[in-house]
Design a protein around this ligand. Structure first.
Ligand code: CMC
Length: 428
């Protein structure tokens, strides 16, 4: 294969280098395009064909349904690793030794206290506020409580910011849920594992000793691993682009949380559960909703189906579907919406509309069913996604800073009015 691409504009040929990734993905390097063509740019709304960076963190092949973090398959990691190991792997590039993992965990624990004044901010939110809005605000507020800027030339400074947020974020997540439920704000315990501690903070009642459940720990561990990174998706690209202006880590993460909130992205897990509940209340007629999803006049979409990159099974959905059966079985929960979900999946996979468009269940299709069985309220589902995605966002931010990427600033093609003379108000 040639190592150059040729572009002809107005009879003039321009050559651009091709770059090939370690998994043989080929990209045309157009960094010099505007310079050599005298200002010609590219247009690609939604960035369907635009690579924004070179990255060594996550590989996914949407045609083959492959997902790997730092070279390790998602199937292996979900089965054999725990969330903190995966967080370390994503951020620093290698699986940790026991000693490295212990130090990482101990550094995180040192920073797991949140300034008490943050409670006053939380207090000011109405109970009806959506937890994602609250979480984005509190994450941003952490900047004010930890104002020292991160010197990106210093690995130590970046490490400190990373362990800080990994320590404080689960506290904010738990407090966001407790606020909504009217429960007192608490802290976890330094003696517990990272995920065990999250569950204790979320579920501990003021009048009862907290009992740890292995089933819940394993279920949450797996869900968090499956959500931990997904290369240049909407929220991750947001984190990288905000960070590229040299805004701090917490501010960049807060922007990522807002991006994740939307129903076409992480908000889909809440939307899926609400959709399944709606179908159940409407008599369980899945065919009716399949019809609505295919009707171009109807805005209804089958939530939890389709993906920008996967044109085959989302490997995370396969693992989560199996896990939903196991967790509900272990917890002794029977949930009729699991059957509705399986029915919808079966119909969609046999339906021409979905087959032709290569629409498969994505990560969000079954995750909400597990969260609900665990006792997590539906409005918290996207917050749980954010908790899982945190190490991925951090890893991508750190990579972007270490590679000294330039500020993100796309171009546009202007299609507005040409120059006009100003009209005074009485002449308009
Ligand atoms: N139900 C019905 N039709 C769909 C769906 C769906 N869920 N998803 C895509 N289509 C159709 C769409 O109408 C279009 O049809 P046509 O070619 O006739 O115009 C075609 O499939 C391609 O869709 P698109 O919107 O151009 O594809 P996209 O890559 O821009 O969007 C998506 C991807 C995930 C936003 C979209 O599939 C969707 O809205 N899915 C439902 C929301 C959802 O589950 N989101 C979670 C994504 S996974 C978690 C995450 O990483 O955030």
């Amino acid at each position: 294969m040639s190592d150059k691409a040729t572009l002809e504009i107005n009879g003039q040929k321009h050559e651009f280098p091709l770059i090939t990734g370690t998994e043989n993905e080929v990209a045309i390097d157009i960094k010099t395009l505007r310079g050599v063509t005298g200002g010609v740019t590219t247009i690609d709304p939604g960035y369907k064909n635009t690579g924004s960076c070179e990255s060594a963190i996550t590989f996914l092949n949407g045609e083959k349904g492959i997902l790997r973090y730092r070279g390790y398959s998602i199937e292996d990691l979900a089965e054999k690793a725990d969330f903190l190991e995966v967080a370390y792997l994503l951020i620093f590039g290698e699986l940790p030794t026991q000693e490295q993992l212990d130090k990482f965990h101990s550094d995180i624990k040192k920073h797991s206290v949140v300034d008490d004044d943050v409670k006053k901010i939380l207090d000011a939110f109405p109970k009806s506020a959506h937890p994602m809005g609250v979480l984005a605000s509190l994450t941003s507020a952490l900047t004010a409580f930890n104002p020292s800027s991160v010197n990106v030339e210093s690995e130590e400074d970046m490490y400190n910011a990373i362990v800080r947020i990994l320590g404080k974020f689960p506290v904010l997540v738990a407090w966001t849920m407790r606020k909504k439920q009217g429960l007192p704000l608490n802290y976890g315990s330094e003696d517990l594992g990272y995920v065990e501690n999250i569950l204790k903070m979320m579920f501990e009642k003021p009048n009862k000793e907290y009992q740890q459940s292995e089933i819940l720990v394993n279920a949450l561990d797996k869900l968090l691993i499956l959500h931990a990174d997904h290369e240049q998706n909407c929220s991750t690209s947001t984190v990288r682009i905000v960070g590229s202006s040299h805004a701090g880590l917490f501010a960049s993460l807060s922007a990522g949380i807002s991006a994740l909130w939307g129903p076409l992205h992480g908000g889909a897990n809440q939307a899926v559960l609400e959709m399944l509940e709606g179908i159940k209340e409407d008599g369980g007629d899945t065919k009716k909703y399949m019809g609505k999803a295919k009707d171009k006049e109807d805005p209804f979409r089958l939530m939890g189906f389709g993906h920008r990159v996967y044109k085959n099974f989302d490997p995370r959905a396969r693992i989560i579907k199996k896990s939903a059966d196991e967790v509900l079985g272990d917890l002794g929960v029977e949930d009729p919406i699991l059957d509705i979900a399986k029915g919808l999946e079966k119909e969609a996979l046999e339906d021409d509309y979905f087959v032709k468009r290569k629409l498969y269940p994505n990560v969000d299709f079954y995750s909400g069913i597990i969260y609900r069985a665990m006792g997590i309220p539906v409005e918290m589902f996207t917050v749980m996604f954010a908790l899982g995605r945190l190490p991925g966002w951090i890893a991508q931010w750190r990579e972007m800073r270490m590679r000294k990427e330039p500020i993100g600033r796309p171009r546009q093609v202007y299609i507005g009015e040409n120059h006009r003379d100003f009209k005074t108000i009485e002449n308009r």
